[in-house]
Design a protein around this ligand. Structure first.
Ligand SMILES: [Zn+2]
Ligand SMILES: [Zn+2]
Length: 481
């Protein structure tokens, strides 16, 4: 890193106020930007005053020397240099004065033009306004913005917030030029965030939270424009689907793609309801959300029930006006539907969704198998034996090939047990296997695409008449890792 020095030359180009000049060295001398800026300018002014006094002394000495000197040409040259130097120092001092260090009036009062400017602007308390901050830190200005924020946020329940500052393009460019990679500087954004954050804390008793705030308040302090980002709330739990025939999530009507048509009775929906809709409805009402998204740890087919300990899900409520509600009555309302039940509810975080998306949890299924021919108990027992710890090569099933890549997946069946024999052609198997194994195909074989299959092992044509998910083993899977 280069040697860091205080660079005053920027004041010759821009009359930066104390606060803006001090901010260029924010990471040194622990005080406010204003105090630091003022102190640095004061020190420089004193240095310049001494420089000028010395230069005038030198000039007077030369004049005396001049009276009895032979080498007038050389002295003349030196004199010109000194006068030039005096002009430069005067200019620097003038620029520091112009940047708001009015305490040094007496130092610069011999500079005529300054006096004039001073007189003309004397009525205004602020003599020179700063091109960088343009007075956005003025008390009234800050107060206006904070009041506007309070008004904007009054419709939303929140405990934590974060201020984010948006700079106009021109200010951004100016800042880049002024800071010029100086590692001691902080952005005007940081100071504004800090000050506005403090004001909002004082007025609301809410807390500033950097990583996961309820609300992010984006402010352009120059034109006072405010935009809110209301962060979602997440409710996680597990669901059971008690009946067949409803999808996990809302499906658009295939004919009209959601617009509404005769076929869907103008609902825009392919199915009258879904697990998602049944669960989301009371939550959307209670939290007054704008939209919701349902994230399940995998999904079961429409004709498959979800039993046992249920499937983990996260319900995301977007832009909620309410962030805190008692979950129990909402759960009870869902459970009254008779179609879907939820339990183990708690508030979650965004990260819970990613956990779902990345993990393929092991499952236990209950498969109701139906054979074309009669089958003996011994044959079933032999089948169960053969299926323990079995590796399955499964090519993408024909029924999903339109939306899934055609490839061969290798999945394991870990354990299989006979649940019950229903009649001479039908029985139920419990199958504990990897997530992502298609069970219907595991039974019928999908015309040789799934190898081996129950049909193949029995050498009898079989189908999966009914299927239930018995368990989603998300906890076990976590422990294994
Ligand atoms: Zn400023
Ligand atoms: Zn339709």
């Amino acid at each position: 890193m280069d040697n860091i020095t205080i660079d005053y030359s920027i004041l010759n180009k821009y009359s930066l106020c104390h606060r803006c000049f001090g901010r260029l060295y924010a990471k040194s001398l622990h005080t406010t930007n204003y105090e630091r800026g003022r102190a640095l300018k004061m020190a420089k002014a004193i240095e310049l005053e001494l420089n000028l006094a010395n230069l005038y002394n030198l000039l007077n000495g030369l004049n005396e020397l001049n009276e009895n000197s032979n080498d007038i040409g050389e002295i003349k040259e030196t004199e010109e240099d000194i006068i030039k130097e005096i002009e430069i120092k005067k200019e620097e001092l003038k620029n520091i004065y112009k940047s708001g260090l009015i305490e040094i009036t007496n130092m610069v009062e011999n500079i005529e033009e300054i006096k004039e400017t001073e007189e003309t602007t004397n009525e205004n308390e602020k003599k020179y306004s700063c091109p960088y901050c343009r007075d956005i830190f003025d008390k009234n200005h800050l107060n206006d913005i904070s009041e506007k924020i309070l008004k904007f946020t009054s419709n939303y329940e929140f405990d934590t917030f974060l201020i984010g500052t948006v700079l106009p393009k021109k200010i951004k460019e100016l800042e880049k030029e002024i800071i010029n990679d100086n590692p001691m500087a902080e952005s005007i954004k940081q100071e504004f965030n800090r000050m506005m954050g403090k004001m909002i804390v004082e007025k609301t008793n809410k807390v500033v939270e950097k990583t996961n705030p309820d609300i992010v308040i984006m402010v352009n302090p120059y034109n006072k424009r405010i935009e809110l980002q209301i962060n979602s709330i997440f409710i996680k739990g597990r669901y059971n689907k008690l009946i067949r025939g409803i999808p996990q999530s809302h499906w658009h009507c295939r004919s009209c793609r959601g617009k509404g048509c005769e076929k869907c009775d103008w609902t825009g929906k392919q199915y009258p309801t879904s697990v998602e809709e049944i669960i989301a409805e009371p939550f959307m009402k209670a939290f007054k959300g704008k939209e919701e998204a349902f994230h399940g740890a995998g999904r079961e087919d429409i004709d498959v029930r979800m039993l046992g300990n249920g499937r983990p899900f996260v319900l995301q409520i977007k832009e909620p006006k309410i962030r805190k509600a008692d979950l129990k009555p909402l759960m009870e309302e869902v459970n009254k539907s008779g179609k879907v039940e939820i339990h183990n509810l708690e508030y979650g975080v965004r990260k819970d969704i990613i956990f779902f998306k990345n993990e393929a949890h092991r499952k236990t299924y209950l498969a109701h198998v139906e054979c074309e021919d009669e089958i003996t108990e011994d044959e079933i027992k032999q089948l169960v034996e053969q299926m323990q710890n079995l590796t399955i090569n499964q090519r993408t099933p024909q029924r999903v090939s339109h939306r899934r890549a055609d490839l061969i997946r290798v999945r394991n069946v870990y354990a299989v047990s006979l649940n019950k024999i229903i009649n001479s052609k039908e029985f139920e198997l419990k199958i504990y296997c990897d997530g992502g194994l298609y069970i219907k195909e595991l039974i019928h074989g999908d015309e040789g695409r799934t190898i081996p299959s129950v049909s193949e092992l029995l050498n009898k044509k079989c189908i999966c008449k009914f299927l239930d998910v018995w368990d989603v083993h998300d906890f076990e899977h976590e422990e294994e890792q």
